[in-house]
Design a protein around this ligand. Structure first.
Ligand code: S3P
Length: 165
C-alpha cells in the first residue's frame, strides 16, 4: 500500500491549501493534480476546458494518477474535484474527504474567482453535480473531515491519523 495522503472533495473544499499545510507538517511535498496539468500543458485549467474539452482533461487526470501510482510515495496529493468520479484514488494512498455544504463551497468559489473553475461556471448544474458526487466521495474516503474547521486543525488531524493517533 502506498503511503501517500490523497485529499478529495468538491471545488472550494480547500484541498490545495490543506495539502500545503499537511506537506509542511509531514516534511513532504504537495502534488496538486490541477497545477501539474497546468504546468505540463502550459495552460490554465479554464483554457484547457475551452481548447481541448472536459474529456481530454479527464484523460490527462487519469494518466497523471497512473503515473503517481507507479512512481510516488510519501507525498501529499490534492486532487481536482472530479477525479474520484473517474479514478479509484485508494490505489494511490489513504483518502481524506473534505466535507462541506454546497452554500459554503459556492461562496468560497465565488470569492476565489469562478473563472478559474469551468465546472462552477455552469451554476444550474452545480447543485446536481454536488449531489451526484457526494456519495462517490463518501464511498472512496478512508477518513472524512469537516472542511469548515480551520486549515491548521484539519492538517493536524490528517497528520495524527497518519501517525496512528
Ligand atoms: C473540477 C474541479 C477543479 C478542476 C476542474 C474540474 C471538477 O478542481 O479539476 O476545473 O470537475 O470538479 P478543484 O476541485 O481544485 O477546483
Amino acid at each position: 500500500m502506498l503511503n501517500n495522503i490523497v485529499l478529495i472533495g468538491f471545488m472550494g473544499s480547500g484541498k490545495t491549501t490543506i495539502g500545503r499545510e499537511v506537506a509542511k507538517l509531514c516534511n513532504s511535498v504537495l502534488l496538486d493534480t490541477d497545477s501539474i496539468i497546468e504546468t505540463n500543458y502550459n495552460m490554465m485549467i479554464s483554457e484547457f476546458f475551452v481548447r481541448l474539452g472536459e474529456e481530454e482533461f479527464r484523460k490527462a487526470e487519469i494518466l497523471l494518477c497512473d503515473w503517481i501510482k507507479d512512481n510516488v510515495n510519501n507525498a501529499i496529493i490534492s486532487t481536482g474535484g472530479g477525479l474520484p468520479t473517474r479514478y479509484d484514488l485508494r490505489d494511490i494512498g489513504s483518502v481524506f474527504y473534505l466535507e462541506a455544504p454546497l452554500d459554503e463551497l459556492s461562496q468560497r468559489a465565488i470569492k476565489d474567482g469562478i473563472k478559474k473553475r469551468p465546472m462552477f461556471e455552469q451554476f444550474r448544474i452545480v447543485d446536481d453535480l454536488y449531489k451526484s458526487r457526494v456519495p462517490i466521495y463518501e464511498d472512496m474516503a478512508d477518513y472524512t473531515l469537516n472542511a469548515l474547521d480551520s486549515t491548521k486543525q484539519i492538517a493536524e488531524k490528517i497528520y495524527n491519523y497518519m501517525r496512528g493517533y
